[in-house]
Ligand binder design. Structure first.
Ligand code: SME
Length: 139
């Protein structure tokens, strides 16, 4: 990616590339953690605008990953108690934490209109994407 782009522009390009390239990636965005306020804040994203620009730690799939530090794959959002709905069209979700020097600074969040589309290949792929994204924070 062109180094003349800002970090947010690069993140936006990644979101757009992922959502354009993978048919079941229907909304792709980054959330970033504020450890003082214990909240996640929406960063660059591709897809429909969402009301959920600030999410308390522990709340929803994203908020749970902020405290669990592990991937969260939701094959069917209707079967989840602690889930924040953004749109009726969303059927499934995957959230993969973003580590910089071992610290969980945020996450990539992907919503799908398909039921149960995410495999371990998606987890490995998104971990790889996040490893690349992490490098944007260590230079
Ligand atoms: N569904 C998420 C909220 C964020 S939206 O998917 C963009 C959750 O339950 O945390």
């Amino acid at each position: 990616l062109n180094t003349a782009l800002s970090r947010d522009e690069k993140l936006l390009s990644i979101c757009q590339l992922l959502s354009d390239s993978i048919d079941y990636y229907n909304w792709v965005g980054f959330y970033f953690a504020n450890q003082e306020t214990k909240t996640l804040h929406l960063g660059p994203y591709a897809g429909a605008a969402t009301d959920h620009t600030v999410i308390p730690f522990g709340k929803g799939i994203c908020g749970q990953v902020a405290v669990s530090n592990t991937n969260f794959v939701v094959p069917d959002v209707a079967a989840q108690d602690n889930y924040i709905a953004c749109s009726f069209t969303v059927k499934s979700e995957i959230v993969v934490p973003l580590f910089v020097n071992g610290e969980n600074i945020g996450q990539i969040d992907i919503d799908s209109h398909a039921i149960d589309p995410f495999t371990q290949d998606d987890e490995r792929f998104l971990e790889f994407v996040n490893e690349k994204v992490a490098k944007l924070y260590t230079v």
